[in-house]
Design a binder for this molecule. Structure first.
Ligand SMILES: [Zn+2]
Ligand SMILES: [Zn+2]
Length: 254
């Protein structure tokens, strides 16, 4: 039964080899999972209580991007995910009322700091620059204590940061926020999915700077687009930004 014996040995050899391979595969898969989890680590919750509020995003359970208008409704939604006092920072993408009116109440109740680009700092408390007059209200009461400029890196926890990209056009101090690992862009009212871009006919708008701003965004590698109105989309952010850029150039006759 030599053949039988060696057949058994061969079988044993292959079984052992398979076990080792399986172990190696499992280890490889585990490492890959870990890598991709790190890549998609940033946790973003989309909050939008009414059609008129800006989109509000809760990042990593501690940073809010834009604040909307209806503070009671927005706070209720934030509290679905975290204790309000866990909120550390509110970043305003620009000074407009629909993004900033609720910021004062949310900041007061949570103790969070508020940041805005330095060029929109004055506008947020101005009825015309904040466009609160269009909503029949006084200017937002929020008093940002942090000001941003191009290239600033904002720590959002878990070793992640958002890079500040100054994109004047819709307002003087509009910013977009980019997270490079997950390739996420919070675009405020500068670009919207499907080739849209922000209005440039408000007090404080700088239409001649808009093309340069959107051109800057085309240089980024973007997967998920979190814009200032409407739901986020992860359908090829690069393509959508390029569509906005093309539409804008057509409109401006360039
Ligand atoms: Zn808006
Ligand atoms: Zn706006």
């Amino acid at each position: 039964m030599r053949a039988g014996f060696s057949g058994y040995k061969v079988l044993k050899y292959f079984r052992k080899k398979r076990e080792t391979e399986n172990r190696e595969e499992a280890e490889k898969a585990r490492k890959k999972r870990k890598r991709s989890r790190r890549g998609r680590n940033m946790e973003v919750r989309y909050i939008c209580p009414t059609a008129y509020d800006s989109s509000v995003y809760l990042v990593n359970g501690k940073v809010l991007i834009d604040a909307g208008m209806n503070s009671d409704l927005i706070i209720k939604q934030i509290e679905k995910y975290i204790k309000l006092t866990d909120l550390k920072l509110i970043i305003l993408t620009h000074c407009h009322y629909d993004h900033t009116a609720a910021a004062a109440a949310i900041a007061e109740k949570s103790g969070a700091a508020v940041g805005i680009h330095k060029a929109d700092l004055e506008g947020v408390n101005d009825e015309y620059l904040s466009v609160s007059v269009l909503f029949g209200d006084r200017a937002p009461a929020v008093r940002p204590t942090i000001t941003y400029e191009e290239g600033d890196k904002i720590d959002v926890g878990d070793g992640e940061y958002l890079e500040v990209i100054h994109t004047p056009g819709h307002s003087r101090g509009s910013i977009c926020l980019y997270e490079p690992v997950s390739k996420s862009l919070f675009s405020g009212d500068t670009v919207f999915p499907g080739g849209g871009f922000g209005r440039m006919d408000f007090e404080g708008s700088e239409p001649d700077k808009m093309i340069g701003s959107v051109e800057k965004l085309t240089k980024l590698d973007v997967k998920t687009l979190y814009s200032g109105h409407g739901a986020p989309t992860d359908r090829d952010g690069n393509k959508q930004i390029m569509a906005s850029y093309t539409m804008l150039k057509m409109m401006m006759g360039e």
